[in-house]
Design a protein around this ligand. Structure first.
Ligand code: FPP
Length: 256
């Protein structure tokens, strides 16, 4: 494994020390990220938690660019879960302002990069200003054919599945579909991610080893990669490391 890593990562003494990405192996088509550890990052510096989220936003910018440059096609970032409303009001308000803040500085560059911006999650409970920022970005980038940058916002995997089941039940009751037609494919088509392929690689930062209600259906065969690095400290070099390990794994999808 170490040899494999060494092959994939070539250190270059260029503008300081940087890690070059070797694209000879497969790049995950869909990369999903649970960005964790902002609060701890801030606490270690005696800063308020929101300072950690602001620092985390900088990492988002860097990882979006890096993902685009190495050829990832779908990048999903878990920005706010259906459980995150339980956080202090001040923190929730701050998190709800981040999409606006991010897009106000990044949207033009993302458009230039041909990035399409999307959202998965429930739009219902979002403040109007958050929704407006996201919908404007969705509208302005809907024709773009490059990286799909997907923010999971007010997202819950169980809620998503429950909504899909409800939808299918309604269509069954209305006689639009037969019970015999109900299969995995149909459930997939009723999720927020109906037209998005399942993630190939999931990265979670900050040392927590759980899924936290993220893409429960979609992660069935996804490769998981965990790191102790806190999200604000996560760099493109860590991303390259995750992908290098991904490239060394054999994906069997249950076969031998
Ligand atoms: C988890 O860390 C992080 C979040 C709940 C928020 C993630 C949001 C960002 C990184 C910024 C999003 C940016 C955009 C553009 C939408 P935590 O607060 O749970 O950290 P802790 O476990 O250390 O307390």
């Amino acid at each position: 494994m170490l040899e494999h890593l060494a092959r994939k990562l070539t250190r270059k003494e260029k503008q300081g020390s940087s890690v070059e990405f070797d694209s000879s192996g497969p790049v995950p088509n869909h990369l999903a990220v649970i960005m964790d550890g902002n609060g701890r990052w801030a606490k270690m510096r005696n800063l308020p938690r929101i300072a950690g989220h602001r620092a985390g936003m900088k990492t988002v910018k860097e990882i979006v660019k890096a993902s685009d440059e190495i050829g990832v096609k779908y990048l999903t970032m878990y920005a706010f879960s259906t459980e995150n409303w339980k956080r202090p009001r001040e923190e929730v308000d701050f998190l709800m302002k981040l999409p606006q803040e991010f897009l106000s500085t990044e949207l033009e560059e993302l458009i230039e990069r041909n990035v399409q911006i999307r959202m998965v999650g429930s739009k219902d409970e979002l403040p109007a200003h958050t929704l407006k920022a996201l919908e404007t970005a969705e509208e302005r980038t809907k024709q773009n054919t490059g990286l799909q940058l997907i923010f999971a916002l007010n997202y819950g995997g169980r809620k998503e599945i429950a909504l899909a089941v409800k939808d299918i039940g309604t269509r069954l009751q209305a006689g639009e579909i037969d019970l015999e037609q109900l299969d995995e494919e149909m459930i997939s088509r009723h999720l927020y991610t109906s037209d998005i392929p399942d993630p190939d690689l999931l990265i979670r930062t900050s040392g927590e080893l759980r899924l936290s209600n993220f893409m429960l259906w979609q992660l069935a065969y996804t490769e998981l990669w965990f790191t102790d690095v806190l999200w604000p400290d996560f760099t493109r070099e860590h991303l390259y490391q995750a992908i290098a390990e991904y490239q060394g794994r054999a994906r069997r999808y249950g076969a031998v």
